[in-house]
Design a binder for this molecule. Structure first.
Ligand SMILES: [Zn+2]
Ligand SMILES: [Zn+2]
Length: 236
């Protein structure tokens, strides 16, 4: 496969998963189909999607730029053949772990450093009652910082073996869908019971209370670092 073909497929993946996020958000905001699954009871602010749109679009543009330059940069290290299933799963899980460790510590630091919290991270926390696409409502600098963890994961793999293009796409797609999921404010059947993965309530509570549950994917980091937060241990 040529680099142009890889870029086109990468962008199709990015845009289709975000289009799913847009449609999912509109259904959540404009209809009552998912109301019975909602975690919070507060109504959504009127016109919120339209208010958020400029920053969603800016961050999509940044994601596009990072996606294109990422494929260019990593192109010599990609294995574009069909991978062994265990190599594929191993590489995707490995990037998820590295990405989540990075996210955990950067996210926690942004809460402890009051300057960063006020100037940067507070933008994302305008969403007290999140809906799926709110994962894109982030200060552009924070958005760019988030990509660093993923990149470290890819580089660590490349130091040992070629990076499967299918692992690159698989991670990007699953990470995007996971972000849409944890901002959905919905406790959906089946999805709430995936083992090891942080349930929606964790990040939802983080948005509602601005405290604890700093991991995005794996709850274990909050357990180890004793930053797990739930309604029972709440002091607020
Ligand atoms: Zn936060
Ligand atoms: Zn969030």
């Amino acid at each position: 496969m040529t680099v142009t073909e890889l870029i086109v497929i990468t962008l199709i993946l990015f845009y289709s998963s975000n289009l799913f996020g847009v449609l999912y958000s509109l259904v959540v905001l404009k209809t009552s189909i998912f109301t019975k699954y909602r975690i919070q009871t507060k109504p959504y602010k009127k016109g919120i999607f339209k208010d958020r749109l400029p920053l969603y679009l800016l961050n999509m543009l940044i994601l596009t730029a990072f996606g294109v330059s990422g494929v260019y940069l990593l192109f010599p290290f990609f294995d574009t053949g069909l991978p062994n299933i265990w190599v594929l799963i191993g590489q995707v899980v490995f990037v998820f772990i590295i990405d989540d460790v990075w996210f955990y510590f950067v996210h926690r630091y942004m809460h402890r450093n009051k300057y960063l919290l006020k100037k940067i991270h507070s933008i994302h926390h305008r969403a007290h009652t999140p809906f799926p696409l709110e994962y894109l409502y982030v200060h552009p600098l924070e958005w760019m910082m988030g990509v660093v963890g993923t990149f470290i994961g890819y580089v660590l793999i490349i130091l040992v073996m070629p990076l499967s293009i299918y692992a690159f796409w698989g991670f990007a797609l699953l990470r995007n869908l996971h972000e849409i999921h944890i901002h959905s404010d919905l406790k959906l059947p089946f999805l709430k019971d995936i083992p090891l993965i942080s349930p929606v309530e964790d990040h939802d509570l983080h948005h509602a209370k601005l405290d604890g549950n700093y991991a995005s994917t794996f709850r274990v980091w909050d357990r180890i670092m004793k930053t797990r937060f739930n309604e029972k241990n709440s002091t607020k």
